[in-house]
Design a protein around this ligand. Structure first.
Ligand SMILES: Cc1cc2nc3c(=O)[nH]c(=O)nc-3n(C[C@H](O)[C@H](O)[C@H](O)COP(=O)(O)O)c2cc1C
Length: 276
C-alpha cells in the first residue's frame, strides 16, 4: 500500500504577505553597522551573520566586548560595596576570558585573535578596567594554562608560555593582589616560569581531580615560588577548616550533589567543631 502524502492547504496571497511580514528585514541604511564591524566574506561568517539576524550566537563585536568589560567592572564594584576584601578576575577553566587566550577557541582574525599577544589583549583590558575601578591591590587574577577544559585547548607548551608569559608581563606592572594558577602540576616547571613573570603573591591549586588536603598544601608550599594554596571542597564542607587542620581533627565529607545547587543547603549548613 502506498500512503498518500497529505498536502497542507494551498497558500493564498494573504498567507504569503503575512509570512513576508514576519521575515527579518534589512535595517535602514542609517541603522546599519559601519563596514569595518561587519563580518568579512566567507562561508562561516555569512552563517554567523544569518544567525545574528535570528538572535543566536554571534562573534563578539566591539560593543559586545565593551559590555563585557563594563559587566566585570560593575560586578567588582558591587562586591567591594558589599564588603568583600577583593575580587578575582576569572580567566581560567574555559570560561569567557580563557576562551580568548586559547588558540583553539579563539578563532578571531582581528586584533583580539591570532598572535599570543592579541589573544591576551581582552584579558588585559578586563583586568585593567577592574583594577582602575576598585584598586589593583584588591584584584586577583585566576588562570589555568593547559587545563584543556570546555574546548579551550592549549596543547602547545611554547604557545602557552608565549600567551600567558606575555599576559603576565602586562599584568605585572599593575600591582595586582595575587595571581592564582590552576595546573595539574602546581609546583612544576610551567607554573615556576609563569610565577617568575609575575611580581606578586602566587596562589596554586591542582584542580578538581583530587581533593586538596593538608599534606598536599604543605608539600606545594615548599616550592619557593608558591605563596599560598587555594582550597575549594574542604572549605565548603568545613567552615572551621583552619582550626581542624591545625588541631588534626577529622573533616566533614563534602556533598557533591549539592555543589552548584541553588540554595544555601550544602554551603552554609555543614557542622563546625563543638565549642570548647
Ligand atoms: C562548588 C564549587 C564551585 C567552584 N567554582 C569555581 C569557580 O567559579 N571558578 C573557579 O576557578 N574554580 C571553581 N571551583 C574550583 C575550585 O576553585 C578549585 O580549583 C577546585 O575545587 C579544586 O580544589 P579542591 O580540591 O580544594 O576542591 C569550584 C569548586 C567547587 C567545589
Amino acid at each position: 500500500m502506498v500512503a498518500r502524502r497529505r498536502r497542507g492547504p494551498r497558500r493564498g496571497r494573504a498567507d504569503r504577505d503575512a509570512a513576508d511580514a514576519r521575515r527579518p528585514r534589512r535595517p535602514p541604511r542609517c541603522q546599519r553597522r559601519p563596514a569595518r564591524d561587519r563580518p568579512q566574506r566567507g562561508r562561516g561568517l555569512r552563517r554567523t551573520a544569518h544567525r545574528r539576524r535570528q538572535g543566536a550566537v554571534h562573534r563578539a563585536r566591539a560593543d559586545d566586548l565593551r559590555r563585557v568589560v563594563r559587566g566585570h567592572v560593575a560586578a567588582a564594584r558591587r562586591a567591594i560595596a558589599a564588603g568583600m576584601d577583593g575580587v578575582e578576575v576569572h580567566a581560567a577553566n574555559g570560561y569567557l576570558l580563557q576562551q580568548y587566550l586559547s588558540p583553539a577557541s579563539n578563532i578571531r582574525t582581528d586584533h583580539y585573535g591570532g598572535s599570543a599577544q592579541n589573544r591576551a589583549r581582552f584579558v588585559v583590558e578586563v583586568v585593567t578596567a577592574v583594577a582602575e575601578a576598585v584598586g589593583a591591590d584588591r584584584v586577583g587574577v585566576r588562570i589555568s594554562p593547559e587545563h584543556d577544559y570546555q574546548d579551550a585547548f592549549e596543547p602547545d607548551r611554547d604557545d602557552v608560555l608565549a600567551t600567558y608569559g606575555g599576559l603576565l608581563d602586562r599584568l605585572r606592572r599593575m600591582g595586582l593582589a595575587y595571581l592564582s594558577v590552576l595546573h595539574r602540576e602546581p609546583a612544576g616547571n610551567l607554573v615556576e616560569e609563569l610565577a617568575a613573570r609575575f611580581d606578586g603573591p602566587v596562589v596554586v591549586n591542582s584542580g578538581f581531580a583530587t581533593v586538596s588536603s593538608l599534606a598536599e598544601a604543605e608539600q606545594l608550599l615548599r616550592a619557593p615560588f608558591v605563596d599560598a594554596v587555594a582550597v575549594g571542597r574542604p572549605v565548603i564542607a568545613n567552615p572551621d577548616l583552619v582550626e581542624r587542620w591545625h588541631g588534626g581533627h577529622s573533616l566533614n565529607e563534602p556533598r557533591p550533589e549539592l555543589f552548584y545547587a541553588d540554595s544555601a543547603e550544602g554551603y552554609t549548613d555543614y557542622a563546625s567543631l563543638p565549642i570548647g
